[in-house]
Design a protein around this ligand. Structure first.
Ligand code: ATP
Length: 251
């Protein structure tokens, strides 16, 4: 346990003293936070604050230099991405690339059964129905037979969310969902995220921009230069002098 004293049972996902150095650069600096089951947590920080690095350490892209990560009471520090997905933790990527030659439905079906070897006859019918339901859940029910390139940007985000949902996660890390969206689309996507939470999924929404985010989240952790500078409700975050300082001139 670090000075902050977070342990395996402090939340569904817990980072304790997480540190990541790239040579002389400390991208994540003794960061501790816990995600509570069923909440929508905002994970906010200006560009380069260390948000992606934090989540890359948690989701197995690379091991942290120091610190521990716990998921559902188990230590998972340095676990492989595949194992984290199996344990129930999914993430969306900002720079995702769906299969461009497959329909929306096939993309989701492929995510349900990643190994095409198992995607034969009987299974295919079953996953097809599951995939249709998933598409409907993420608001792509009318786009089943379109290809990703035929979707508007907001539709692509829904597809990426559907792909993450296909692994039946308990918790999804959502990476910058509102980037490039118009106001109305931000509202629609927020409503979808709230729906997912209502159905039992815990969400961590990562963003550098607070636009649209503070009305969605229950709580936020704000980082700058890899370290936590504030944590609290949207009202507390808005009023925090250090947060205002970090964002001065930034937005
Ligand atoms: N693989 C890497 N090798 C070296 N430095 C890296 C690497 N990945 C990130 N960094 C550095 O670590 C710091 C934190 O970057 P990170 O991408 O985690 O920030 P971020 O908060 O996600 O930023 P953004 O909002 O722009 O995505 C930056 O200074 C970045 O240049």
């Amino acid at each position: 346990m670090s000075a902050d004293g977070l342990g395996p049972d402090d939340g569904v996902l817990v980072a304790d003293g997480l540190t990541k150095r790239f040579g002389g650069l400390t991208a994540v600096d003794d960061l501790s936070f816990a995600v509570e089951e069923g909440e929508i947590l905002g994970f906010i920080g200006p560009n380069g604050a260390g948000k992606s690095t934090t989540f890359n350490c948690i989701t197995g892209r690379y091991p942290p230099t120091e610190g521990r990560v716990y998921y559902r009471g188990e230590e998972v520090t340095g676990a492989e991405s595949y194992d984290m997905v199996k344990a129930g933790l999914a993430r969306t990527f900002q720079e995702f690339r769906p299969f461009s030659d497959r329909t929306v439905l096939r993309n989701i079906q492929t995510a349900l059964v990643p190994d095409e070897l198992f995607s034969t006859s009987g299974l295919r019918g079953e996953t097809r129905q599951q995939a249709i339901e998933l598409c409907e859940r993420v608001g792509l029910g009318d786009d089943l037979y379109r290809t990703p390139s035929e979707l508007p940007h907001a539709g692509m985000l829904r597809l990426e969310l559907g792909r993450a949902m296909a692994t039946d996660p308990d918790l999804i890390l959502v990476d910058e969902p509102f980037a490039g969206l118009a106001e109305a689309e931000v509202k629609q996507l927020s409503a979808l995220l709230e729906e997912l939470r209502g159905a039992g999924t815990t969400l961590v929404v990562v963003d550098h921009n607070m636009r649209g985010l503070l009305s969605l989240i229950d709580r936020a952790v704000v980082i700058n230069f890899g370290a936590k500078i504030a944590e609290g409700t949207p009202e507390e975050i808005r009023a925090d002098p250090e947060v205002q300082e970090a964002y001065l001139g930034g937005e």
